[in-house]
Design a protein around this ligand. Structure first.
Ligand code: CTP
Ligand code: MG
Length: 229
């Protein structure tokens, strides 16, 4: 069984918009629906769980019904941090799976242009290795700065990648990592692969896609709107 966990519980502070960015209407539908539709259409996805903030649960449920997103089996309350939202999603998914080897694809609803190829490759590789990230090679040289003013380290571009989502895991692996992190009070980690690696899981990667960018700032939103025009 392959379940998509779509995260839509953030508040979008960097977007500086009245409502959270995932609910901004783009063409005829809210932004979060774009990725939900892509999971809905994928033949290997069995169910979709959406985490959102309490005040949007009814809205998300209604929109999904209206748009015939029949694989959306649960809309649950997220948490204060991304990590907490994922954990709440995992607790819901635990009730739905039949084996700890079932796969969970964790996806940011703020990445509306995830592709079928990316989903297919996540599933194929996670079946084989248990933990998968989606990354693209860095195209700009990346530098580190310690003081926010001057260059520190200039990093070696050929070794650097930017991570995207989905990040896909066997349920047992990611649930364990989250529970250990909770027990050890590991502070908010915005990346599930980082959590899995913290507890010794080797993470393989599939190639992402520039179009699978995260809508974070008003400029990103303009770009997304131009692409779907
Ligand atoms: N997310 C979530 N629960 C949170 C925080 C984030 O489900 N408590 C989700 C967001 O809805 C988003 C994804 O995680 O789809 C990636 O996070 P990010 O782009 O950082 O979104 P926000 O946290 O909403 O934005 P910002 O950091 O600018 O406030
Ligand atoms: Mg955030």
């Amino acid at each position: 069984m392959n379940i998509a966990l779509v995260l839509a519980a953030g508040s979008g502070t960097r977007m500086n918009n009245e409502q959270p960015k995932q609910f901004i209407m783009v063409k005829d539908k809210p932004l979060f629906i774009y990725s939900v539709e892509t999971f809905q259409k994928n033949k290997d996805i069995d169910a979709i769980v959406i985490a959102t903030s309490n005040e949007y649960i009814d809205y998300v449920q209604n929109k999904c019904e209206q748009l015939l997103m029949s694989k959306v089996k649960a809309v649950i309350e997220g948490g204060e941090t991304r990590q907490a939202s994922v954990y709440n999603g995992l607790k819901q998914i635990e009730k739905m799976i039949s084996s700890p080897k079932d796969l969970v694809l964790i996806h940011d609803s703020a990445r509306p242009l995830v592709s079928q190829r990316i989903i297919d490759e996540n599933i194929a590789l996670a079946k084989q290795y248990g933990a998968v990230d989606t990354v693209i090679p860095a195209s700009d040289t990346i530098v580190k700065s310690m003081d926010e003013e001057t260059l520190g380290d200039i990093l070696n571009r050929s070794e650097l990648y930017q991570t995207q989502t989905p990040q896909t895991f066997e349920f047992g692996i990611i649930k364990d990592a989250h529970e250990k992190a909770l027990k050890e009070k590991v502070p908010n980690v915005t990346d599930d692969c980082k959590l899995a690696m913290l507890y010794g899981t080797k993470v393989y990667f599939v190639k992402g896609d520039k179009f699978n960018f995260k809508v974070t700032t008003p400029e990103d939103l303009d770009l997304f709107k131009a692409l779907v025009k």
